[in-house]
Ligand binder design. Structure first.
Ligand code: PLP
Length: 399
């Protein structure tokens, strides 16, 4: 099918929530690259928004999916599932969590975390501890509860009345947190690095202080690592940079390397779910968990987290050098392979489109930020190719 026909069908039959999509249909991918119906090759520096950590058609991931699909794709969590048990074990062995529950997406993992936090307090008899505090500019998903948790009004539009009991406070403001706490406060949910609002990290000092306040007030500290987890920031989990451990954290995106799976991870003390409290038809099915296990295996066997981090540092160094000679880049920030390039003008969409024409896929946030979330398999040579094209574009727009 050609691009024009696909666009016609999409317009006629698909509910358009994504606006004007980029004019391309991909037919296949290999490593860092995606190939289009028009025969063009694109270097993928977005990885499906932090999902394809192993790039495309990674033999370990595709091999594991094919092998599992040939055996059986789905049974039910009414029965024991070997890959589910193994993936839960893998996450626990490599993180601060003691127990894991699988979902199908990040939003669902966060819904689970919100439910778990309430269940924890209610089972202790604290039935009034139901309020969840989140940060302004956060993003936690698109379900009714997670849009209410999301600290950005644009996601709330048309959904009044919002699910109650969510409140947001400014990031890195300890006093604002203290002021917001009362006898109803159940949990604080934060992203260690906010992704959807343009790569904004929380400070170490802030997290240290909120950890202490949470402990003193019996408030659960939850980290949404849906985007920044699974090697994205140069450590397996972003909390490792912060020198504190969350009570509950969530994963999705890169966990299945492109196969949908999310995880709700909790310390023993907070693993308050009991039979009947939560569930999912598809969550943690054999195919999804086989994909998750293959991602972990590739991470460990190919040392991808530290390799990705090294290339991330290299990219940030090169971009910072570009910034120093550019009139339009105001800031380069990020960690590992989660990188934001902020401009002092509203040119992010224009630059994204010029990069696309030059064969590079990147993301834009608001009107002035370019976001890079490349696969962890990216090499310095790939980074150099991108920097060369980006520098040329900056030159072209007179910067
Ligand atoms: C930090 C964070 N949490 C939650 C979500 C929602 O994940 P999903 O789209 O898989 O529901 C996202 C998606 O971008 C995210 O970045």
């Amino acid at each position: 099918m050609d691009l024009q026909t696909i666009k016609e069908y999409d317009k006629k039959y698909f509910m358009n929530t994504y606006g004007n999509r980029t004019d391309v249909v991909f037919t296949h991918g290999e490593g860092m690259f995606l190939y289009s119906t028009e025969g063009k090759k694109y270097m993928d520096l977005l990885a499906g928004i932090a999902v394809s950590a192993l790039g495309h058609n990674h033999p370990k991931l595709t091999g594991a999916i094919i092998e599992q699909a040939k055996k059986y794709i789905h049974s039910s969590s009414l029965y024991y599932i070997d890959k589910q048990a193994l993936l839960a074990k893998k996450i626990v062995e490599n993180s601060c969590a003691d127990k894991v529950f699988f979902s199908n997406s990040g939003a669902e993992a966060n819904e689970g975390a919100i439910k778990l936090a309430r269940v924890y307090h209610q089972k202790k008899g604290n039935i009034r501890k139901f309020e969840i505090i989140t940060l302004e500019k956060s993003f936690h998903g698109r379900t009714l509860a997670t849009i209410a948790a999301t600290g950005q009004e644009k996601y709330h539009k048309h959904y009044d009345p919002l699910t109650p009991t969510f409140k947001s406070i400014p990031m890195n403001d300890v006093e604002a947190f203290k002021k917001m706490i009362d006898e109803n406060t159940c949990a604080l949910m934060i992203e260690p690095i906010q992704g959807e609002s343009g790569v904004n990290p929380v400070s170490k000092e802030y997290v240290k202080q909120i950890r202490k306040i949470c402990d003193e007030n019996d408030i659960i500290l939850m980290f949404d690592e849906v985007q920044c987890g699974m090697g994205r920031t140069g450590k397996l989990f972003a909390y490792e940079h912060l020198e504190v451990e969350p009570d509950i954290f969530t994963l999705a995106k890169a966990l299945g390397g492109g196969f949908p799976i999310g995880a709700l991870c909790a310390k023993e003390k907070f693993s308050a779910f009991e039979p009947g409290d939560h569930g999912s038809t598809f969550g943690g099915n054999p195919l999804a968990c086989a994909a998750g296990l293959a991602v972990f295996d590739a991470f460990l066997e190919e040392n991808l987290v530290s390799r990705g981090n090294a290339v991330g540092e290299y990219l940030i160094r090169k971009l910072t050098k570009l910034k120093n000679s550019s009139a339009v880049i105001s800031e380069v920030r990020g960690m590992g392979l989660m990188i934001g390039i902020e401009f002092n003008q509203d040119i992010a969409k224009k630059i994204k489109s010029m990069l696309f024409d030059a064969g590079f896929l990147v993301g834009s946030v608001h009107e002035n930020i370019i976001r890079l979330l490349p696969p962890l398999i990216i090499s310095e040579q790939d980074a150099d190719q991108f920097i060369k094209a980006f520098a040329l574009i900056l030159e072209g727009i007179g910067s």
